[in-house]
Design a protein around this ligand. Sequence first.
Ligand code: 5GP
Length: 180
Amino acid sequence: MSQPVELHGRLFHPFISDKRILERTKELAAELNAVVGLETPLALGILNGAILFHSDLIRAFDFSVEVAYLRTRSYSGMKSSGKVEIEWPDDLSVTGRHVVLVEDIVDSGRTLVALTEELLKRGAARVTSVVLLDKPEARVVPYKPDFSGFEIPNAFVIGYGLDFDGLGRNLSSIYQVVEQ
Ligand code: 5GP
């Protein structure tokens, strides 16, 4: 993790190590263990970015959980398009459920605002959001995640599920772009 990585000709330097990510993920799971109680929530992972965070987080839960995934899109390259597309799976029902929304990063806030509205509209009883990374300075719409792993500056990051035009998701640590 000490070496920078290059993707599509851009350089990214080491930012948050895999060890630190896993420690923090276990702390977040412990905080969730305390709020979930006896119900069986639905841990809804947001594709593609949250794949690794979701799989590490659910394995650290003490409570029983159901798992589902949903795809959203708003980013192209290093820029947010401003529009959030939600692909709702035909077999996903959230009526009366406690949904634990698991997301890689909150940036403008648009994705989590749109998703929370959609979940409540479709009858979810309760929505709790857990994000690994939060960029508070990038917010365009007001949004505060219920649980957040790390607050980070407003610079593009990759790794641990996060990509730059398709590359970098498989890196176990997180890297931050080197501005040119
Ligand atoms: P928001 O709707 O809050 O602007 O953005 C949420 C989505 O934008 C995230 O799920 C993620 O896909 C993408 N995103 C925001 N910031 C970054 C970043 O620094 N790196 C990467 N790879 N994706 C980001």
